[in-house]
Design a protein around this ligand. Structure first.
Ligand code: BMA
Length: 323
């Protein structure tokens, strides 16, 4: 919960019947905002000191994927480091990495934890921690390859760290369900459980090919609110949209509600056109004590956009639109 940091916000456009709506000034981060970037997209932000900090996916002009730290006073205008994060040794000296992408950031107890898709003989889930977004300490990879979309819960559940992930292949995976795993120490992961699976095409086609966790789940009285991406394969390729689910607080592999319609799908220029057309890929959100939520998402694998909603309305909508 935030008190001093005011999250970015804009009221719903008059007459809109949508549960979530886009910021009128999107995209908030353009593709060329660091000295060497080809694109800046699937990125994660958190409240930090009097403002915000984040970890950003910046692909450079050789189209190598890496993660960069950044800071902002208002959550909209960002200063992103020109150079990628250089990791120090955390709970291991094995900090090899062929590439890094799609970061998430979670504050747990005393530090910020970063998870990302780490290239180690194929994609798997990398973990690091930081106290200040200047020094980062890399830990053991959570899982064997191949895995993507590792997202930590913001607190221990039943005394253990808990992480969502999506086992995958080494390519543009044509399948994918969300699982979760527990760890007593952020090093050894087990007790793997299935959480959310793809839907049948005739039930909800936008999420029938694969689903993957978005930002850090938000704790509410009714459950963990998780934004996720769902994918359909169309005649012209994959299309990534955003939905939401509510997971049981004590036992988060139990899905209470899960959206049948999407909350947001590619529909405007910066989501439909870019290096990979038709992608909305949520990686983070900010929320306040009034229940406002601002979701950060990568658009068309090129830029970052934000969208707004109110948590009680989203939960109500989920209850009425669940499969
Ligand atoms: C996924 C990941 C994401 C990307 C998406 C669409 O497999 O690589 O980083 O946004 O594909 O290209």
């Amino acid at each position: 919960m935030l008190s001093k940091n005011r999250i970015p916000w804009q009221e719903k456009p008059e007459g809109s019947k949508d549960v979530m709506w886009r910021y009128s000034e999107n995209p908030i981060i353009g593709r060329y905002e660091t000295a060497t970037s080809n694109s800046i997209f699937n990125s994660a932000v958190v409240p930090y000191e009097d403002g915000f900090a984040g970890v950003f996916r910046c692909d450079n002009k050789s189209v190598q994927m890496n993660i960069h730290a950044g800071f902002s006073e208002d959550g909209i205008h960002w200063n992103i480091e020109d150079d990628p994060i250089v990791m120090k040794e955390g709970n291991t000296s094995m900090i090899d990495s062929d590439y890094k992408y799609d970061p998430r950031v979670t504050f747990i107890e005393d530090r910020y934890w970063v998870t990302w898709c780490n290239g180690y003989h194929g994609p798997t889930i990398g973990i690091a921690y930081t106290f200040d977004f200047k020094e980062f300490f890399q830990c053991e990879n959570a899982f064997l390859p191949f895995n993507r979309n590792g997202v930590l819960f913001p607190e221990k559940i039943n005394g253990k760290y808990c992480m969502l992930s999506r086992p995958s292949d080494n390519g543009h995976t044509a399948f994918g369900n969300i699982h979760l795993s527990y760890s007593p120490d952020m090093k050894y992961w087990g007790e793997h459980r299935s959480v959310l699976k793809v839907t049948a095409f005739e039930d909800s086609a936008w999420q029938c090919l694969k689903v993957g966790a978005g930002g850090v789940p938000i704790k509410t009285h009714e459950g963990w609110l998780m934004f996720y991406h769902g994918v359909i394969k169309t005649c012209s390729g994959f299309r990534y949209s955003m939905g939401a689910a509510l997971l049981d607080l004590e036992q988060p592999d139990k899905v209470l509600y899960r959206s049948q319609p999407y909350l947001l799908a590619p529909a405007v220029d910066y989501e439909q056109n870019g290096d990979v057309p038709n992608v909305i890929f949520p990686c983070a959100s900010l929320h306040d004590e009034e229940g406002k939520v601002t979701v950060y998402y990568g658009a068309a694998d090129s830029v970052v956009g934000i969208a707004f909603g109110r948590i009680p309305e989203i939960i109500e909508w989920l209850k009425n639109n669940s499969i």
